[in-house]
Every structure is written in structure tokens, then in C-alpha cells.
Write a protein of this length. Structure first.
Length: 78
């Protein structure tokens, strides 16, 4: 199953690290965007989620705010 996972992060965010470790543990590839460095991605994240906080995770176009493992599993059919 081909999942498209994008995660908007900052380097100091512990929940971002937890989310990335979780995806790695499931062998799920993801694209990571550092919203501290990438202004365009930050604007995109705020526009799509209404959130300034990270992580914002996008799975197949659906937004998950924070590291919500239940919601992530639901969207990934895990």
C-alpha cells in the first residue's frame, strides 16, 4: 500500500521525534519539512491545519495535529 506521509517539524520538538521514530519502526517512508527553516512549508502548514504548533502530519492529504498514534494508525489502516 503506497502511503504518502508528510510531517511538518522543528528540530527541538519531542513529539516530532516520536512521530518520526514511529514511522521508522513501521518502515513507513515520510517527507519531513523543517518549518523553522522553510517559510513556504510553514505557511502551507498553517494554511492547511490552522496550527502554529508541530508536529502537523499529513497522511494521504488528511491532517493529524500532534503525535496522535490512534488517528495515525486509523489513516494508515494499521
Amino acid at each position: 500500500m503506497n502511503q504518502k506521509i508528510q510531517i511538518y517539524t522543528t528540530p527541538a520538538c519531542p513529539y516530532c521525534h516520536m512521530a518520526k521514530e514511529y514511522f521508522k519502526s513501521k518502515n513507513l517512508p515520510y517527507e519531513e519539512y523543517d518549518v523553522l527553516k522553510d517559510l513556504q512549508r510553514r505557511q502551507e502548514m498553517v494554511q492547511e491545519s490552522g496550527q502554529m504548533g508541530v508536529p502537523v502530519i499529513k497522511i494521504n492529504g488528511k491532517i493529524v495535529i500532534g503525535f496522535n498514534k490512534g488517528k495515525i494508525n486509523e489513516l494508515l489502516d494499521l
